[in-house]
Design a protein around this ligand. Sequence first.
Ligand code: NAP
Length: 240
Amino acid sequence: MTASSQKRTVLISGASAGIGRACALMLAQRGNTVLAMGRRMDALQSLASEAPAGSIEILAGDLNDASYLDRIDADFARSDVFINNAGVLRYAPLMDLSDDDIAWMFQTNVLAAVRLTRRVARHMVARQQGHIVFMSSIAAREVYRLASGYCATKHALSAFARSFRLELQSFGVKVTEVAPGMVDTNIREGSDHPAVIAAMQARRFSPLTSEEVAGAAVYALEATPNLCPDLIELRPLGSV
Ligand SMILES: NC(=O)c1ccc[n+]([C@@H]2O[C@H](COP(=O)([O-])OP(=O)(O)OC[C@H]3O[C@@H](n4cnc5c(N)ncnc54)[C@H](OP(=O)(O)O)[C@@H]3O)[C@@H](O)[C@H]2O)c1
């Protein structure tokens, strides 16, 4: 049996919006059961209403709340796949980012992501199978003006992803890093520094769609058992 013909239980963090939402819909439409995480219950309910009936189970909560993770541990245990996708971003010149901005990005993009991955991976290791997809970024390998804090979090997340891969592969668990360039989501909404707005207006390429990124995650998840897509970088045409 190839991976593509299996119907699996897929846990997705940040499924209430953007890339995570597109992954959730695509995987639900392909017959999988999706455990959808995010803080906004209304957005998760809207996702569930668009997906095939019964394909989305809502697990609403804040990734930085330890009691939330304790409450859903049984759901971690039944997850065949985990898409580690939730993330936040604030662009600004480094000297204008607050300490709180930097801590907020590290809390969610790195610390919460790693805490969650360790909890899910324990169950996969016990079962000797599983697949974890890290949604990193082109910013995991490059740095940009105005994006220092975010780039640092994605470099850190990528280092964890590569370390997880080394340690988990002998337990039959695959780890894939999907690293997109700019995607047309609302993640930059809180970045209203004039230098950021000017840089966005000067951009000469069209961002990727969330569906294009979700397609890459699905490709990795549907790879045949011996094929491990380690890193998939995705760039909009004309962005380099
Ligand atoms: N958009 C891009 O250009 C781009 C490019 C490369 C990589 N990425 C990465 O792709 C991932 C998804 O980004 P996106 O663009 O789709 O962003 P988005 O549209 O802003 O969605 C972010 C998701 O993360 C969830 N989230 C944030 N903080 C959370 C918390 N404390 N607890 C629980 N959930 C939380 C949000 O859910 P709630 O608000 O409901 O909690 C939302 O579902 C991120 O890791 C991002 O860094 C994005």
